[in-house]
Each structure stands twice: as C-alpha cells, then as structure tokens.
Design a binder for this molecule. Sequence first.
Ligand SMILES: [Zn+2]
Ligand SMILES: [Zn+2]
Length: 376
Amino acid sequence: MSATARAAVIEDVAGAVDIREYEVPRPGPGRFVLRVELCGMCGTDAHIYRGRLASVAFPALLGHEIVGRIAALGDGVTTDHAGTPVSVGDRVGVFPALSCGRCFECQVRGRPGRCPDRAPSYGFASPANRPPYLTGGFATHLYASNPGTVFYRTELPPEVAVLQEPLSVALHGLDRARVRIGSTVVVQGVGAIGLMAVAAARTAGAARVVAVGGPRARLDLARALGADTLVDLDGHPDAATRKAAVLAAVGADGGDAVIGTAGSPAAFAEAVGLVAEGGTLAELGNFTDRGGIDLNPFTHLVKRDITIAGVYGAGPDMRRRYHAALALLTRGGLPYGEVVSHRVPLGQVGAALAALDGGYSLDGRDIVKLAVDPGA
Ligand SMILES: [Zn+2]
Ligand SMILES: [Zn+2]
C-alpha cells in the first residue's frame, strides 16, 4: 500500500489546525487500518484544544468517536469483539481505550482506567509527529496500532454508529443514577450526552423524562427522543424558575434520578437541588476542573438522604456499555439519525473546535452534534 492519508493536526494549544499528509501504513500483526467515514467531535476535544487535558501532547491528532470501513487487516485479525467475522470493506466502530485485562487494576479492582499497561487511546494518543502517526479519527485513515484493539462490526449508517460512544457514557450514567422502570428522570443539559441520556431513560422505562436546556433545536430533538417535558433556558433564565418547572413536571420534590450533563459547577449545584428526597444525582458533566461549589452536608445531602455519583466517561465496564449502546442503536425506534447536526470536512476542524468552545453555532445553525467527515 502506498496511499496517502490526510489528517487535521492541531499544532499547539489553541493553535492552527493544519492538514498533514502521511503514508497509509501496512498493518502489523493484530492491527488494522480503517478508512474513516465519520468521527464525532465532543466537548472533550474542545477542552483538549484549549490545553485543559495535560496528558495530551501537541501536535495532536484528535477524534475518539470513530466509524469507518476496514481498509487493511493485519495477520490474526479475523473477528470483531462479538466474534463476528470481519473482512476488508466492513464498517466498524472502534473502541478508543485498551487495557491489559490481566493486571491487579484490571482483574481485581475492576478499574481498567488505572491499568499501568494501558495502550494510548485513539484520539488522545502519542503526538502526531511520531509513529504510529494516524491515531485519531480526524483523518482519512486510522491506524489501529494497538494489537487487540476492540472494535465492532455494524451495518448502521455512520451518523448513527458514531453515537455509540456518547450513548455508552449515558448508559453508565443511568446505571449510576439507579434509573428503574417507573423512575422520574431529570436530564440537565441537552448536548449529545444529554440527548442520549433522554433516549436511554425513555428506553429504560422511565415514567417521566424532563429535559432542561437549550437552544430550541436541541430541545425539539430531546422531545423526539423521548422527553415528556422540556424546560427551556430562554423561558426559565434563573435556577428558581427552572426548579419550579421541574417540580411541576415530576409532581414531587424532585426527580428520582437527575442526570447532570451541563458541565459547569453552577449547573452541578443546581442539579443537587433537583433531586427528590432519597434520589440520586449522577454527574456526567464537569469532565474537566472548572472549580467548586458550596455544598451544605446537612441540608443538601444528609437531611434529604440523597446520593451523588460521579460518572467518568463510560466507566470501568466500557466494553459492556459499548456493546449495549450499539445494540440499542441497532434496535432503533428513535430518531438517532438526526442527532449529528453538522458534518464538517477536515479543513473545517479548527473552526468546529472553536465553535464548541464558543457560541455553539456553526454555518449559522445551532450545533447539536458535530462530526468530522474526512471524505467531504
Ligand atoms: Zn467524546
Ligand atoms: Zn491492566
């Protein structure tokens, strides 16, 4: 193979995004090369762009929500994670992280994220000026250079398959919030993760799903994905009116489960106040350090017997979450295909990253979910 790959590389923190060219590698044993069809862009990418994730070195090739077609298979790669045979041309979703599965953290503590032998995750990996180079999804090709990379074959259209990662995070959050059949669920924030939480809560049999957020396009989608009540930030500009609207919708002192995805300390404080006595807040937002809040242990927690659960990504059971997410997306029944609002070419990656950190608008339209389309 002597084809050329193109990749949108961020040269430095908040710096220029250049299109670099690389030779498409021939995959070694246990590895494979993917022709990227679509790669989701999320708030984490925007944080990395601004230098808020110290572990990522620049120049950086990001993109961890990766869907594509297998371009070349190394020796020994014959099936996906579920045991389905794969061949060149098949569409697959790639799992970005890979831990050893044998060490104390992996096997005994069940915390693969702390595995000392963890391979560099795609989209967060080694700098783009060192081999194996093509380790992020904002490129025409991905080199799945970690032997044993977990991936799943799928027939879903790319704009649906690309939701596998955000949905897996939402599923972890719903589990942590102990959502059950008949629960009242309040989803705070209607970005991609919030929307996936709405869909998952609906699928899980929630009695009432309340979505709090904006702008309008996202709320309309939340409705289509299963929200019964929408609390619009424009119509409810302060925390007190939002709380009143939520309580009116759930008919109690709060939600049985509150899923926090808004991602600011102030929003987290507000979410604590939306939990019913005995209920649970699962906080999925605040994925980077943006400061703290005033929390009264007696009035906020003890007296109201509530639980607060921190939710870091798809959690320690990532593979199971990914598998479940793909199964739900495959089952369908909800308008998942409408969540990706913008497909941007490689040349627009810089503008897209800036938009995610700014007004959440691109090409004159509100962003729901961005995805990079390297073939565009
Ligand atoms: Zn993401
Ligand atoms: Zn390990």
